[in-house]
Design a protein around this ligand. Structure first.
Ligand code: ATP
Ligand code: MG
Length: 451
């Protein structure tokens, strides 16, 4: 994304509004992120022009949220949400105001916004308009509600989740009255749809400082007050104790891996995780992906615990490191077979980071951490050795088996899976003739057994 054209075109919109006799400002996240020298992802614009007036000025617009005063203005490179100044009243369900009133003044529009750092504007000349001291709060590292915090959280309970997200993301201290109001209003989180809770949690975990957000979440206890019970609760003690491991979440570049590391750090079992993610309305695909990493971890830990005493005995018996490694490789490849190479690779990227920071031992039983280190060293090479990672990669297919002369039946699929397992574990080569020979043998045994 080209942030230069993003900002240039936004100013162009604001000037065009002004040239047509309306007030127009850049608002919200753009102003905050610019003051922090952060990269800007989008620019929202507020104006005194009514939606139809905005649509009359710009040739290419989309009425995306007319009821709330929002028109999307499409420029050459980017699209912008241009929203008429408004105030909101009568928060019926503690989430959406039931009435939106368009107004002429910027100040009132800023007043309805949640936090002082989000309630600033810039005019067409780039001059800052900051009636609630957002810039000073940013400088002092403080997150504060605009106006009476108690009322603001009562109006819209989602703001409590946003509070924690912003405090985490920008490493801000939540101002005392804001925090007290949050604690007093926690129960109202039950009015918020789980999708929105999930959205905030995802942004916390995928943001710059997930540890800070998790710490505040634990201190607030907010997650105990969601509409659907997630079971995703953790104490401040747990979070603090695992600070270093949880800080690694920020260094992972994939959302599934981040969630998986969170779950395994907090020792949440795959089945509880599955329930929590379902209640949080994660898509089927994301639930599965995240839980499969957690399941693989659980399976692998169990296998390593079984393997470990034998490894130690082998070591003290002076057995070659080679044969130890072979056994470990077999467990690993079996993991790829049962849990798919993709999931195994994801686990590997999590543990490569943990191992690099000498933290792997904090997440598993101490006796198996040596084995984990070996896996991190060799896991990728062992995955590369796998000749038939999927059934499709097998050198023969179902029609080859049928050509051997036996009647079609469920045995075809079973035999293919068996062959793949033997290839993955290295007892057969992925070689057409070798596989056909082995199949012939198997079919003969089957026929003999049938007779
Ligand atoms: P980011 O997009 O980086 O999360 P943002 O500040 O742009 O941050 P948005 O959710 O895009 O956040 O909202 C844009 C602006 O609208 C905010 O800066 C804030 O002024 C206002 N706003 C958004 N949600 C609320 C809310 N629930 N209550 C009050 N004001 C809100
Ligand atoms: Mg935004």
């Amino acid at each position: 994304m080209n942030s230069q054209t993003l900002v240039r075109e936004a100013y162009e919109i604001v000037r065009r509004l002004r040239d047509n006799g309306y007030a127009g400002y850049l608002v919200g996240g753009y102003v905050r992120d610019t003051l922090l020298n952060r990269e800007v992802k989008d620019v929202d614009i507020a104006t005194s022009a009514l939606p139809e007036q905005v649509m009359a000025i710009f040739p290419h617009t989309v009425p995306t949220g007319i009821k709330h005063g929002t028109v999307t203005v499409v420029m050459l490179h980017h699209a912008y949400e241009v929203t008429t100044f408004r105030k909101e009243s009568g928060y019926r369900d503690r989430r959406r105001p039931n009435r939106v009133e368009f107004i002429a003044e910027l100040r009132e529009d800023l007043e309805r916004r949640d936090f002082t750092i989000n309630a600033m504007a810039m005019d067409a000349e780039g001059k800052l308009i900051d009636p609630f001291g957002g810039q000073a709060d940013l400088r002092d590292g403080i997150l504060r509600c605009v106006g009476d915090a108690e009322r603001r959280f009562d109006e819209d309970a989602l703001r409590m989740m946003r509070c924690i997200r912003f405090a985490g993301e920008y490493e801000l201290q939540v101002e005392r009255q804001t925090w007290e109001a949050l604690m007093a209003n926690r129960g109202k989180l039950k009015h918020i749809a789980m999708e929105r809770i999930r959205g905030e949690l995802e942004r916390m975990l995928e943001g710059s400082h997930p540890y800070q957000a998790l710490l505040l979440l634990s201190q607030s206890g907010l997650l105990s007050y969601t509409k659907a019970e997630t079971g995703l609760q953790f104490t401040t003690g747990q979070v603090v104790q695992r600070e270093q491991v949880l800080s690694v979440i920020a260094k992972l570049d994939d959302a599934w891996n981040k969630w998986a590391l969170l779950l395994l750090t907090l020792k949440i079992s795959p089945s509880s995780a599955s329930q929590a993610l379902r209640r949080l309305t994660f898509s089927r695909k994301n639930q599965d992906g995240i839980c499969r990493i957690a399941s693989f971890h659980e399976w692998l830990s169990g296998e390593l615990e079984l393997l470990n005493p034998r490894m130690e005995a082998a070591l003290s018996g002076g057995k070659a490191a080679d044969s130890m490694n072979r056994e470990l490789a077999t467990v690993w490849k079996k993991g790829a077979l049962l849990h798919t190479p993709d999931i195994v690779r994801r686990w590997l990227s999590i543990y490569a980071l943990l191992t690099a920071e000498a933290l792997a031992a904090d997440t598993v039983k101490p006796e198996i951490s040596m084995l984990i280190e070996r896996l991190v060293q060799n896991g990728q090479a062992w995955l590369d050795e796998i000749q038939a990672a999927t059934l499709k990669d097998l050198a023969i297919g179902g029609s080859d088996l049928l050509a051997l002369g036996a009647k079609p039946g469920p045995w075809v699929g079973r035999l293919l899976a068996q062959l793949q397992a033997e290839v993955v574990l290295g007892s057969l080569n992925n070689d057409r003739d070798e596989l056909l020979r082995r199949s012939q043998q198997w079919i003969e045994e089957m026929i003999r057994y049938d007779e």
